[in-house]
Design a binder for this molecule. Structure first.
Ligand SMILES: [Zn+2]
Length: 98
């Protein structure tokens, strides 16, 4: 994922969701807490590598269906629904249940 997105408004909120969901390894969790506290730029190169890997394995860059960027406020759901934005998830549910 592009590091430019780390300054998006909902990014820290998403990091908190990841910690609360206990998806992260202990070392990933520690570094994620550091990012919430001090910001990504505070990390050492080694810590950034761990964090980048954690982000790459715990985010969906763009929606599998429409290709638009998934905002961090929808990211947690997207992890569980196979990588869909809210809109496509909604459309999919509509098609399945109609
Ligand atoms: Zn979509």
């Amino acid at each position: 994922m592009d590091q430019k997105r780390f300054i998006e408004e909902d990014f820290n909120g998403y990091l908190n969701q990841l910690i609360e969901s206990h998806r992260l390894e202990p070392i990933q969790e520690g570094i994620t807490k550091l990012v919430i506290d001090k910001g990504y730029d505070f990390l050492s190169i080694k810590q950034k590598k761990v964090f980048d890997y954690m982000i790459d394995t715990n985010t969906v860059d763009s929606c599998e269906r429409c290709g638009s960027d998934i905002p961090f406020c929808e990211m947690f759901e997207a992890l569980d629904n196979g990588g869909l934005c809210n809109y496509c998830q909604h459309m999919k549910e509509k098609l399945e249940y109609e």
